[in-house]
Design a protein around this ligand. Sequence first.
Ligand code: GDP
Ligand code: MG
Length: 533
Amino acid sequence: MATMGSLIGLVNRIQRACTVLGDHGGGGGGSLWEALPSVAVVGGQSSGKSSVLESIVGRDFLPRGSGIVTRRPLVLQLHKTEGGQEYAEFLHAPRKRFTDFAAVRKEIADETDRITGKTKAISNVPIQLSIYSPHVVNLTLIDLPGLTKVAVEGQAESIVQDIENMVRAYVDKPNCIILAISPANQDIATSDAIKLARDVDPSGDRTFGVLTKLDLMDKGTNAVDVLEGRQYRLQHPWVGIVNRSQADINKNVDMLAARRKEKDYFESSPDYGHLAHKMGAEYLAKLLSEHLEAVIRAKIPSIIAMINKTIDEIEAELDRLGRPIGGDAGAQLYTILDMCRAFDRVFKEHLDGGRPGGDRIYGVFDHQLPAALKKLPFDKHLSMQNVRKVISEADGYQPHLIAPEQGYRRLIDSSLSYFKGPAEATVDAELKRFPTLQSDIAAAANDSLERFREDGRKTVLRLVDMEASYLTVEFFRKLPTEPEKAADKNTPKKQLSAMLDEDPALMGKRDALVKRLELYKSARNEIDSVAWK
Ligand code: GDP
Ligand code: MG
């Protein structure tokens, strides 16, 4: 059996890694995050949500004030450390360690405004905060904007629904544990938290009822019926809480003093004395942590199955996109030569007639050339009239300008481009991942073709002179050895990388997939190693 809370610690780390990859809960996204349980704090405005969170952490670090203060989800991860200094860290400022919790509060407020502006608008982009402390239990808690019934001055009318939608996006998920906060000085039948919880979790399996403000109840009344589950039944016991009052906060009563005060309150209460050991924020934290640990343990088989499925999907997607290329010169050179060999192979297939290219070349030289030659309009071209016209249109007298050469040249050009087309198209399919390499090979091949075209032109003219027949396949077979040379001669690494640059969007997509794959694989290893201890 793993030590208490170690599974949660592990899940915390995995969830944190998910968030780094933009794979967080709430606004959709990663399935791994969603497969892992977390605790969302829900309740009406000023019901005491933020106070409960602070009390669980034992630190004073959340922005407060009148009206709607929590305007973005706050994903709060508590990591229990073996000792050492207590500190906080934001995902959006990963290298900065906060040891001053007043500065944490300011950063949450500033970061809220960074997305929503200084308006009263809300945003579903979560703020991610980790607290490392020997005094906390391993736990992930999500603070959400309070449910409200009316928009206040300066807020859009839609805010009531927007907040509910945002909160629902979290609590709808079957892996979300709902910490439903209701103030004891209000009728439980009117509680927003219970109303929502009943809606998404009718059996009460994943809802923890929390009753705050017990100290503010009318004299002569108590909440024993609620706390003992007689008013609203849940599968888990209700927990009563006494947070700091606004007056306490104004007087800077610290969290330790507040916890002591809460303990005293229950122990000395004639109404709740018999429940004292199951009340208060410290007890709530332990209850949640134990429950979360048990839930995670029970879900391990399905989490592993989900991870394996996702790994298979990512692997398949990577096969489709092409695997990442090694960063070292050797691997890069290997890749380039591999591409060149593919080019070479395809090219030869064309020439050998295995693909349409070779047959075409024979066709061109066996049939089209003779046919074209026969059709050459020597009679018209060499008519007195035309010779006069050509000579007068040419700027100056060119001794080699004879009409049939144009015909030959066009014929040769079109033959060669016939031959370039299919080879390029086939090679395109292999090379389109690497536009630079593609253009380099194409350029090298075209260079060669240009050179051979010139040779070809001379040869053909000579052959025509000799009334001979056609170019052989062996002649063209020399072509494909050319592009290999381009990458062969100790090309410096920078040049190799430059050849292998890909479409940045594709590269980004592949990088993201590779990172996700790593995350899922290491998550699987870690879960495997903790789960069977
Ligand atoms: P939130 O809007 O749900 O996050 O509520 P807050 O935690 O900000 O609390 C709203 C106000 O209620 C603050 O002034 C708190 O001091 C006060 N408050 C919260 N819980 C209690 C409690 O248990 N007892 C008393 N007396 N005041 C409380
Ligand atoms: Mg709040």
